[in-house]
Design a protein around this ligand. Sequence first.
Ligand code: 0RA
Length: 640
Amino acid sequence: MSNYQAENITVLEGLEAVRKRPGMYIGTTSERGLHHLVWEVVDNSVDEALAGECNKISVSILPDNIIEVTDNGRGIPTGIHPKYGKSAMEIVLTVLHAGGKFENNNYKVSGGLHGVGISVVNALSEWLEITVRRDGKLWYQKYNKGVPLEDVKIIGKMKDEETGTTVKFKPDKEIFETLIYSYSILYTRLKELAYLNKGLTIEINDLRKSEVEKQKHESLKFDGGIVDFLDEIVGKDSMRIVKDPIYMMGEQDGVSVEISMLYTVNQTEVVYSFVNNINTHEGGTHVSGFRTALTRVINDIGKTQGFLKDKDGKLQGGDVREGLVAIISVKIPEPQFEGQTKTKLGNSEVTGIASNIVGSYLKMFLEDNPSTAKNIIEKIMFSRKAREAAQRARELVLRKSALDIGSLPGKLADCSSKNPDECEVYIVEGESAGGSAKQGRDRAFQAILPLRGKIINVEKSGLHRALENTEIRSLITAFGTSIGDNFNLEKLRYGKIIIMTDADVDGAHIRTLILTFFYRYMVELIQNGNVFIAQPPLFKVTSGKSVVYAYTDKQMKDIAIKMDSENKKYTLQRYKGLGEMNPEQLWSTTMNPDSRTLLKVSVDDVRAADILFDKLMGDKVEPRREFIEEHAEYVKNLDI
Ligand code: 0RA
């Protein structure tokens, strides 16, 4: 067999493997996997931008949910690749991990988490068209399910300086569970990418023609980069100790570190960290390097500038971090990811690099701006005092409210088992749904905790008032874990905490309030994978004696079409709330472990919702409502 044929067979086998086990390459074939295809292509364009060769990327959702990504980079090379005897363009599109096979492509930093390569997108697309503008020519090739229909050909002329790549693809319906792209998912991530890569223009267009979806267009470009990002997170009218974010950036041993930070009067610390544009939820060496240096510099400056007297003692990490809002963005050639969700940077050399850069820059900045330094250090000393006082008060409140000594809430219908591994608690909205759930459950292992109406918004109220709220107290005592610094996962009484709310806007709001509370005071529950969202059906379709349930509008339509085609008569009932279901229905559709669907809430999802929580929980009602309507969908589609 000639070498050429052998290479061809390897290529086909590679693509076949991707189609056989797509999950191995893109994680999942759910909505998340579908969007992953876009990130894979966009990552390549962002790499061009990082190499300084591209300043504009445009992403369009075309009618029929076809995606088109265009950049003005150098264009994928089109010369014949010596090893394969084929156009390099075809290699990039058909060989797994081809990116690394190009010697001149070593600037590539992206792709820590995804980075499987554009060939995977090709393999999982019904068809894919690629157009490259390079060397004054327009190059083109089309594929079906990863297989080229013909060789790369020249289809036009360009000006020499007009370069770039356009990838257009239609995800394969044989592979994906859904083919519908969400504008809000694409928008959220593309905006984040625009913030993280300052000066880069990212356009997003939604050109689908449909009655529901309006056509949308947005052009995102942030000359301030992560400083603008910080401004958006913190909000214009929040209480800032330092008005303008402090910005620092440096490079050492091929690692670039960029940080924006400021202090607000808030108590919480908010640090968003990224490595190669990927959100490192679990932090890592870049974050610890930053923290160490921050504490060291604050203490040094405090001393040398005389804001901190000997009798004050040393300021601790916890004091220094209160009210801190920071974005840390690191770019590194070979990131090592660790942790439960592989979102923790492990490269040990980065600790020192980040600490050096922050150490020298921040020291200089605070020496040059003594009044800012004074404000920050006074705030930190005040935080320390307040924190010590609050800790004493909290202990008192906790003791008084007996949250720690397990008197269970009155409305909790507990289960008989005491083994947390098999126990579940349903948090149910409203008394009537609570009643149905109590009758429908399997009391051996299912407990029901009905909530009366809306729970308090802990984002606005603070801990003290939250603890006075009956619903919050019921949650805490039912779980048995206590909260905040006193949280103890080992005391958790139920392995599964299942939020069951109506499938409407109010239900989404209540769910968000509950998740906000968990996120702020019991985040370990989410990290440990104990929190779930129940999925009640939206419709009941009855035909003669048979009953089927539909959980989405699409399912309902599919059922209706099928019934029509079989000439069956049927009636359709739309469930407006859980209360409309009788106990048996609630059991069989939503609570029976053998037939229900539970969506596990991950830190990923909550973190994505986190920036949004702030917005959501603010004082203005209108944006909140709009937001929930747009994102209710997002929360519904959390991955299992
Ligand atoms: C391989 C090598 C080079 C660039 C690319 C691939 C590349 C891939 C994509 C995918 C979307 N847009 C892209 N732009 C570039 C290096 C090219 C050179 O050295 O000239």
